[in-house]
Design a binder for this molecule. Structure first.
Ligand code: ADP
Length: 176
């Protein structure tokens, strides 16, 4: 699914965040230590190589809602923007912290004059955020930021499962 929102292309597709060859930046659903971990962080660190953890280490630990940038090493991208999502039921207020991830990641991308950025479904794996709620907050935040973005032209959500892709497509359709 691909639409225009406030002058920015926004799309949802099912796929692997570590294989987004045409995106300048990919977002990591990171852990506080910016280490390998599982899920998205595992896939990105495996594909990037050990330099990714070495590059992140001096900036760790990061706080829920925070975003930091590194090079992408062996990934097919220029940058990785690492976000720590809230753990559902622990880091509160969850929605505000989740929205802060998207907002801070977009700001980091703008600082680096990035034109295209791919997000995974932050917090909905190990961190337990219900996917429909997370999708609605993520879409509302990025479409709300869209009028203020100057370098970013394309925002992609990369969802691992068919169910997650449907949840994000529904949220995108409702963000009109
Ligand atoms: P968090 O710790 O922020 O919850 P996870 O990495 O555990 O992050 O999961 C976030 C979401 O990303 C989950 O929906 C998970 O299924 C999905 N996911 C896992 N691996 C990948 C991948 N390689 N590409 C895209 N999405 C992935």
């Amino acid at each position: 699914m691909h639409v225009q929102r406030n002058g920015i292309a926004v799309e949802c597709l099912q796929g692997d965040i570590a294989r987004q060859k045409d995106m300048e930046a990919v977002v990591n659903a990171a852990n506080a230590e910016l280490m390998m971990g599982g899920g998205v962080a595992g896939a990105l660190h495996r594909a990037a190589g050990p330099e990714l953890a070495e590059a992140g280490a001096p900036m760790a630990p990061i706080q829920p809602g925070e975003a930091v940038t590194t090079e992408a090493f062996n990934l097919p991208n220029d940058y990785v923007i690492h976000c720590l999502g809230p753990v559902y039921g622990r880091d509160r207020p969850e929605e505000e912290l989740l929205r802060a991830c998207y907002q801070n990641a977009l700001h980091k991308a703008e600082e680096h004059h990035i034109q295209s950025i791919a997000f995974p479904s932050i917090s909905t794996g190990a961190f337990g955020y219900p996917v429909a709620e997370a999708a609605a907050a993520a879409m509302d935040e990025v479409t709300g930021q869209a009028p203020y973005l100057t370098s970013i032209q394309m925002i992609r959500f990369v969802l691992f499962s068919n169910e997650d892709a449907t949840a994000y497509e529904t949220a995108l359709a409702q963000s009109d």
